[in-house]
Design a protein. Sequence first.
Length: 127
Amino acid sequence: MPENTPRKRMSSKRRHHIFSEHCTGHNVAPCCICGEPIHRTNDRWIIEHVRPLALLGKDTNTNCAPAHYLCGIAKTATEARTVAKAKRQARTAKIGQRAPRSRPESKRGFWKPKDAFFDWQLGRYVR
């Protein structure tokens, strides 16, 4: 399974640089999630990764954008299911490996008791 992209520490200088890259007016940038304007000093905002690091997104400035704090929390919560699914799929992605069965010993449509053999005269398994 590929590992997540390592996260760099988000310095204040880098955070404000990313905000400045997305500015449309004087200290105003659109939220990358809802599209509403974010005021640099008046609103509570965070830097959100457009493609999550857990889904192999890069930790570069081009993959980051400003978002309202509440929009970012909501996006992270909805992405948690997608990230969990991707991790499950990566675990079973080996060639020829199938998802684990509930009863791995059984290759038939019925359960064979352990330490039993099939008696052809009785037509059933006996111990």
